[in-house]
Design a protein around this ligand. Sequence first.
Ligand code: NAP
Length: 219
Amino acid sequence: MKTYQRLGMMGGTFDPIHYGHLVAAEEARCQLELEKVIFIPAGRPPHKTKREISAARHRLNITRLAVASNPFFRVSDVEIMKPGPSYTIDTVQIFKEKFPGAELFFITGADAVLEILSWKRVEELLRLCYFVAATRPGYQLDELSKNIPGFPINGKKRIITMEVPALAISSTDLRRRVREGRPIKYLVPEAVEAYILNNNLYRTPTLTLPPQRGRGKSS
Ligand code: NAP
């Protein structure tokens, strides 16, 4: 097993993955000197119990297609293969065991990080890894300080912010575009565009998640 000192974990639903995600991961890799960035499509995002998301296998397949050309990127199916909701603390603990000694940087969208105080075992999570909150252009950074008392968490900079202009692209807009028959070319890698069109993703209402059992208080 190869050892790493600084490893990026790119968490998201990726429904679908787009160039904004890829640019964010590459930017984080360069700015934070990460040796690899591992994309981790969420199996069942804990906060999306009522929202519809596409089948996990499709999100995993398009993530693999999207990262294939970057030798510093990998994909992990750890959350997809695990039954039940995908809590980030569980995934980070698995990575800690698999890559002992590596400093972990969990990269995701700033709007997701805004909710972090409601996540399962958040204090432990913030001890185990750094968070990289990727923001869209014009994002009000004081939203983070308003919502997260003590941001950036006791001055220890456990949450790092990073503006990513390409994040003007959004998965919500891409799904709407496909539904309305508008182009997604140049917004996602070609192979991802072809996969979406060939598999008729986003044309009709997507699969509904079955109800979850045994959910605790944390989201
Ligand atoms: P989301 O609510 O769908 O996304 C929130 C915002 O962040 C959206 O604008 C989204 O844009 C953006 N975003 C999401 N992932 C991103 C990424 N990797 N890079 C840049 N922008 C990103 O969030 P989500 O995707 O479901 O969840 C994000 C991560 O947080 C996942 O790994 C999820 O498992 C984790 N999470 C954990 C807990 C918990 O442990 N309790 C709770 C909530 C979320 P797009 O729609 O364009 O992607």
